[in-house]
Design a protein around this ligand. Structure first.
Ligand code: NCD
Length: 304
């Protein structure tokens, strides 16, 4: 197994499938009275978060604790030191403390890659800028597999703010690795330059692609990363790219609705859809713990 998980492209189909299979075993443990395994006893996992997070941070913490690791949470928000320097100094400190794994979320794309050159343990990318979020893609793949049975040959439609979405980037890569077909739907201003070279189709017409989807993944409109107007108004955005009840009913009966969270309810998704039987949003969060346990298990198992 690999030492670091920096990008979804670090995983080939065999490695990704192994992680998903292990996650299935980890999930079965959540039903037991004692939810702990001794696997990582004596190992230290540091959560290094330079950017806000609810689900991902709590999920990594729960995953590490269920494997009996010691967990140190380091919230770096508010640091006034220049980014590159503070990251390196912090890395050297973590190294001196003997961290076996560092889970990092950082606003700068590529920060986890730099960190991996400075420390001896494993680095896990928990979201870097607009670049990648590989464990989110793994938990989404896990959710797809548990709901649809098979990922290969399935059609996943990813909708919304693709430009700023590390979730979309990692999902496109992993879904391609696992043999799914992906269509990106977004306003032209929110399609990244170069998306034409990704292993995905691009469409501007949500209503047209929905009847052919096995899963639709709604993305949060990332207002905090938008310096200027990317669309005329929130109302106009919702009308064309939001998922509401009538639009959801265009999906085939078996199709699921996903969202990585946090949601802008009423913007990219209506409460009717988010709270519907097709929605896997809460399930995705639960699956995140099992998937991150599987990732920690395999990555830390490979470094002694
Ligand atoms: C995503 C993230 O932070 O990249 N959320 C998450 O990890 N569950 C998506 C988002 O912020 O929109």
């Amino acid at each position: 197994m690999i030492q670091h998980l920096l990008s979804a492209s670090d995983l080939d189909a065999t490695a990704a499938t192994l992680i998903l299979d292990t996650a299935t075993e980890m999930a079965a443990m959540a039903d037991r009275d004692v939810k702990k395994l001794p696997t990582l006893r004596g190992r230290t996992v540091v959560n290094l978060f330079y950017e806000d997070s609810t689900r991902t941070r709590i999920s990594f913490e729960a995953a590490a604790k269920r494997l009996s690791a010691d967990v140190i949470n380091f919230s770096a928000k508010g640091s006034s030191v220049s980014k590159g320097e503070s990251l390196k100094d912090t890395a050297l400190t973590l190294q001196a403390m003997g961290a076996d794994a560092v889970v990092i979320r950082h606003p700068a794309s590529g920060a986890p890659h730099r960190l991996a050159t400075w420390i001896a343990g494993s680095v896990l990318n928990a979201g870097d800028g607009t670049h990648e979020h590989p464990t989110q893609a793994l938990l989404d793949a896990y959710t797809l597999r548990s709901r649809l049975g098979e990922i290969a040959g399935r059609h996943v439609v990813i909708v919304g703010d693709v430009l700023h979405s590390r979730v979309a980037r990692s999902n496109v890569v992993l879904l391609d690795t696992l043999g799914a077909k992906v269509t990106l739907v977004a306003p032209p201003t929110l399609v990244p330059v170069g998306a034409g070279a990704w292993p995905a189709d691009v469409s501007f017409d949500l209503d047209r692609v929905l009847p052919d989807a096995d899963a639709v993944m709604m993305l949060r409109v990332q207002k905090e990363r938008m310096g200027e107007a990317y669309f005329p108004s929130a109302r106009e955005y919702s009308r064309r790219y939001g998922l509401d009840g009538p639009r959801m009913r265009r999906l085939p009966g078996h199709a699921i609705v996903m969202h990585p969270g946090p949601m802008n309810r009423g913007m990219e998704i209506t409460p009717e859809v988010a709270d519907s039987a097709r929605s896997t949003i809460v399930e995705q969060v639960a699956n995140g713990v099992a998937v991150r346990m599987a990732v920690l298990y395999h990555l830390l198992g490979s470094v002694k």
